[in-house]
Design a protein. Structure first.
Length: 305
């Protein structure tokens, strides 16, 4: 069984959309999305520097657009299951046809603006903990007033909170943690600091009529399978201020019998986690169109199986 996954914020790099826009019809599609959300996605995906695309309001729709564009290059793909990390869950919702592509991008544009506004209230950030025991690390983070915002599995937890709290963490690492790495994000996402953004997104989502997922939908809230479109939409809203449990998503992939995992552009992060946590699962990450051949081979192999 093949699982299709979409990465979250931090995966973007300057110019990463450039080769994808050379595919037939891609530029027109991105232009239409740009008009729909009032953001020049082509400019930010090809010409903007690292600081510009770090902006939450830009990064989030850019990532979702890249994921949708790269997946569409694979044709009518019907995965066994879909999931997304953080904002990538909106990409996954579009994969599963809970919402259409334009609706997903409009919601994400609202999400990004609201989260940027919430992040401006207090100077906050996120840092990745590499190594260590998850239980020990979580208890240590809570002692410092930090939130384990992403529990990613494969020995990786992301802490979120104020810059003062993160500085304290850098000086006082949990036992067994090798490194604490500051992330290039603009706020403490998936924490109480994002509560105002939840309210904004909730209002925007009130006008959306979701469909039930057309593929097995794995929620990053708890790794649970959600079969109701309204529940998927509710979780998309709430996850702005709730921790991401990617470790539980990978456990669910294993329970479902996943044999392959395909990560859409800008791929690499989630396949890296899968290689450590699910070593028997074949993986392909879409970084450029040069990766499409390997992706198609993976799809064909698992379709035949």
């Amino acid at each position: 069984m093949l699982v299709l996954v979409a990465p979250g914020q931090g995966a973007q790099t300057p110019g990463f959309l450039t080769p994808w826009l050379e595919l037939p019809g891609a530029a027109d599609r991105v232009a239409a999305w740009s008009d729909a959300i009032g953001l020049d996605l082509a400019h930010y995906g090809t010409k903007a520097d690292a600081d510009e695309i770090r902006d939450t309001a830009v990064a989030q729709p850019l990532l979702v657009a890249a994921g949708l564009l790269s997946a569409s290059a694979l044709g009518d793909l019907v995965p066994g299951a879909v999931a997304g990390h953080s904002v990538g869950e909106f990409t996954a919702a579009a994969f599963a046809r809970v919402v259409d592509d334009t609706t997903a991008l409009r919601l994400v544009r609202t999400r990004g603006l609201a989260m940027a506004e919430a992040a401006a209230v207090t100077e906050t950030g996120m840092s990745a903990l590499l190594g260590g025991d998850p239980g020990t690390s979580v208890a240590h983070l809570e002692k410092l007033g930090l939130t384990p915002a992403n529990i990613n599995g494969a020995g990786q937890i992301v802490a979120a909170g104020t810059m003062e709290q993160l500085a304290a963490l850098a000086e006082d690492k949990p036992e067994g943690v090798r490194r604490v790495v500051p992330l290039k994000v603009a706020g403490a996402f998936h924490t109480r600091h994002m509560a105002p953004a939840v309210e904004t997104l909730e209002r925007a989502a009130a006008d959306v009529a979701p469909a039930d997922p057309a593929a097995t939908y794995v929620s990053n809230k708890d790794g649970g399978i959600v079969g109701n479109g309204a529940e998927v939409l509710s979780r998309l809203v709430g996850q702005v201020a709730n921790p991401v449990r990617w470790d539980l998503c990978m456990e669910t992939f294993a329970t479902l019998g996943a044999t392959a995992l395909l990560e859409v552009c800008p791929g690499g992060t989630l396949t890296g986690l899968a290689k450590r946590a699910l070593p028997e699962v074949a993986t392909v990450a879409l970084k450029t169109p040069d990766d499409l051949e390997a992706a198609r081979a993976l799809i064909a192999e698992h379709a035949a199986a």
